[in-house]
Design a protein around this ligand. Structure first.
Ligand code: AQP
Length: 331
């Protein structure tokens, strides 16, 4: 239909502490795109189960994530906000797509290899291996046209596009093949203590990430203690991954170009950069933190909002699932 908006789907796992990478790589862009699309922003709680979770903590993290979505600017009047586990079509479509995906394809996924290697591949869950297929189901279920994510998700999204095309080719046109949206700035925020690995919310070292709910003084301390490189020029060169990361965060938080920030710090040292960056980050995150904490004071309202979102999501999901089942001969 002519005036229908194109759809967006994206999600975040309610595991660990949401951090600056999740904000700059995903949430900030969701908010910016929100007016131009019909949006489905999901709390992907089934994905969180791919690594062990404490049920008590998971319950808390699900609400916290809902509060952070809203605090960052996701507007429930413009976007459907819901929990993946409340729309059973996600798991069912994942099964249908499992029967189209190939073991070789999943075995090539670097995120699985990285995460599984930490505890030994044989003891990784089958869910962790299958994560990209569930992720494909998440997006294809809503026939989303665009998926805004950080750089680390690019390989999964390519697989998603392959699965959609394969299914359409085998059984007839069913799914929209989604485009990937990766932001120019902030697509890959690196750990503060080890700038060659990405900032990750499951890191056991809190100093490696800036959590969106960190107290301002904690943010200042983490940036002050962030790893730096040898030589003192403030330049984002390949042999200076730590400074490149700090400059990248600065640029993504302010919307300025890295080159412009480098010029401003010519002849000045890392200490000045860190001091100013800390204030930029504190200023950007403080309103989000305050709003999220206020929203968390009313958990019943957050739960009700998620239930309303799930009801809306189910309407779309059921139609797609019905179509996919019928194409497979399951009608
Ligand atoms: N370091 C990052 N820089 C930019 N974007 C990032 N994202 C994650 N880390 C960075 C983006 O955030 C969204 C949500 O990610 P997720 O929680 O669903 O999964 P993830 O990518 O595995 O995130 P984490 O923080 O690394 O979590 P854990 O440690 O639990 O695995 C995605 O759009 C992702 O690209």
């Amino acid at each position: 239909m002519q005036n229908e908006k194109r759809r967006i789907f994206s999600g975040i796992m309610p595991s660990g502490n949401l951090h600056l990478g999740n904000y700059l790589g995903a949430l900030k862009n969701w908010v910016a795109l929100q007016d131009d699309y019909e949006n489905y922003y999901c709390i992907v709680d089934l994905h969180a189960l791919t690594v062990p979770q404490d049920p008590k903590v998971l319950r808390v993290k699900i609400r916290e994530l809902a509060a952070i979505y809203l605090a960052c600017g996701i507007d429930p009047e413009k976007s459907v906000v819901f929990r993946q586990s409340r729309v059973s079509g996600h798991a069912e479509l994942a099964w249908l797509l499992n029967c189209v995906a190939k073991v070789g394809e999943l075995s090539r996924m670097t995120q699985f290899k990285d995460k599984a290697s930490k505890g030994g591949t044989d003891s990784a869950s089958v869910g962790l291996y299958d994560y990209p297929v569930l992720q494909a189901a998440d997006v294809l279920l809503y026939n989303a046209h665009l998926v805004p994510v950080g750089e680390d998700q690019r390989q999964h999204l390519e697989l998603m596009r392959t699965l959609a095309r394969r299914f359409n080719g085998l059984y007839g046109e069913t799914f929209v093949v989604p485009d990937i949206f990766v932001p120019e700035a902030g697509a890959r925020v690196m750990a503060l203590d080890e700038p060659t690995t990405k900032m990750s919310k499951s890191s056991p070292t809190p100093a490696s990430y800036i959590a969106l709910l960190d107290d301002p003084d904690v943010v200042r301390r983490k940036i002050r203690r962030a790893k730096t490189d040898s030589r003192s020029e403030v330049k984002a060169s390949p042999d200076k991954p730590a400074i490149a990361n700090l400059l990248g965060i600065y640029a993504a938080m302010t919307g300025r170009k890295v080159a412009e920030i480098e010029a401003e710090y010519e002849g000045r040292g890392y200490g000045d950069l860190k001091k100013d960056l800390a204030e930029v980050v504190v200023e950007g995150l403080a309103p989000i933190r305050e709003r999220a904490l206020a929203l968390l004071d009313d958990p019943a309202e957050l739960d009700a909002l998620l239930d309303r979102g799930a009801a809306k999501a189910r309407e779309v999901a059921d139609t797609t699932l019905h179509d996919a089942r019928a194409k497979l001969g399951l009608d």
